[in-house]
Design a protein around this ligand. Structure first.
Ligand code: PLP
Length: 406
């Protein structure tokens, strides 16, 4: 098939705009008539530095990132951030306590009972919490909300905030959540009230699969990260938006050693990466360029408001179509926890999920199989999915429902 023949609804890596990829194919051979492809240009050239600035500015504009926040580009995907946030935010907490107490023994005392709070609402936040346990020990990790416990052993409902057991503010190192759980189709409808306004608790958020799909009040977060490969760009590149004081308030290695705390690998050290303008090592500038082009297109298309409206319209249509045939389609997550980006559904009836995926594929609609860990059907509705593509899928779902009406 040609590219035009395929409507791809896979969960990631996701499709990128054809316009960007067409320009990329020229760029990779001969960028801007320089006689060198973009993957061959030095990451320290003026050309690369302009690409970095362009991408960073576009992100700042799209999410209205305040001036006292930095944007850094890293590598290693969302998974590497599961580790980085633990080291760096723990470091920040220690330094802050040290500034208050000016006494290492007092900090040692406060560390006893200090916890990182995790809202575990799906596969990815679970993984992140497990990584924290691996790095700093289970005793420092508090699962403040456990969605499996309220979902009969399955993910699909964000527990009521009143049921969360957050660590008291003074003892909370940071609170972590995943805004959109890609595997389970669960998304926070908005910023959790229980986490306040960002002044009292440090909030860290994984927005890998819904960044740039709706407005975000960056001020409420200490740090936001996102692997680029869903809504922004190519695999591996990772965006990190973080409050500047996290970069400046970090303990010395001597302090960390005296407290018996882990020291981060240098590539995970935000301070080092930021100080070097994301160029501590050889950053894949081509990937930054792709992300920058995608983001500039979003700016031109009307910015985040447009994207939020389009994402809402597309997902509303899909859910409404599925809800119209409740005997055939069972939407996995509960109302109020349903993702606009990943729509997870079971099709009731022996062999029907396989049939659905195969029939759709025969019509060029691919990538609809659910994650291998949960099965079912998953429609990923990222920014690059057009409304026309969703309309075609909606018609297909309606026809499937008619053919299998029970
Ligand atoms: N977080 C979320 C929400 C994801 O969807 C994914 C990957 O799909 C990850 C983290 C892990 O990202 P990566 O594979 O880039 O490490």
């Amino acid at each position: 098939p040609t590219r035009e023949d395929i409507l791809y609804f896979g969960a990631g890596p996701a499709r990128l705009p054809t316009s960007v990829l067409t320009a990329a194919s020229t760029s990779i051979l001969n960028h801007n008539s320089t006689g060198l492809g973009l993957t061959e240009h030095s990451h320290r050239s003026t050309l690369s530095s302009e690409i970095l600035t362009g991408a960073s500015n576009a992100l700042r504009q799209l999410l209205s990132v305040p001036d006292d926040y930095s944007i850094i580009f890293m590598q290693g995907g969302g998974t590497t951030q599961f580790s980085s946030v633990v080291y760096n935010l723990l470091g920040y907490w220690v330094q802050r306590e040290l500034e208050k107490a000016e006494d290492l023994e007092a900090v040692r005392g406060k560390l006893r009972g200090a916890k990182i709070d995790y809202l575990v609402t799906g596969t990815w936040s679970q993984k992140a919490s497990e990584e924290a346990s691996r790095l700093v020990g289970e005793e420092m990790v508090n699962v403040a909300a456990d969605a499996k416990a309220v979902g009969g052993g399955k993910y699909g409902k964000i527990p009521e905030e009143s049921a969360w057991v957050l660590t008291e503010k003074e003892k909370s190192i940071f609170t972590y959540y995943c805004d959109n759980e890609t595997v389970d189709g669960v998304e926070f409808p908005n910023f959790p009230m229980a986490l306040g306004d960002g002044a009292e608790r440090l909030v860290v958020c994984d927005m890998s699969s819904n960044i740039l799909s709706r407005k975000v009040d960056v001020r409420k977060y200490a740090l936001i990260f996102a692997g680029a490969q869903k809504n922004v760009g190519t695999t591996g590149l990772t965006l990190v938006i973080l409050r500047n004081d996290i970069l400046t308030r970090q303990p010395t290695l001597k302090t960390l050693r005296s407290l018996g705390l882990p020291i981060q690998p240098i590539m995970m050290d935000y301070k080092t990466i930021a100080k070097n303008g994301s160029l501590y090592n050889t950053l894949p500038i081509f990937d930054v360029w792709v992300a920058g082009e995608v983001m500039k297109e979003l700016v031109t298309a009307g910015g985040i408001e447009t994207q939020e409206a389009v994402s809402g319209r597309k997902s509303d249509k899909l859910y409404a179509t599925l809800e119209a045939s409740p005997k055939l389609f069972q939407i996995v997550p509960m109302q109020g926890s349903r993702s606009r980006m990943n729509i997870c559904v079971r099709i009731l009836g022996e062999g029907l999920e396989k049939e659905f995926a195969a029939l759709a594929e025969a019509q060029g609609m691919t990538g609809l199989k659910g994650h291998r860990s949960v099965g079912g059907i998953r429609v990923s509705n990222y920014n690059s999915i057009s409304e026309a593509a969703v309309d075609k899928l909606v018609m297909f779902i309606e026809a499937f429902a008619v053919a299998h009406s029970v």
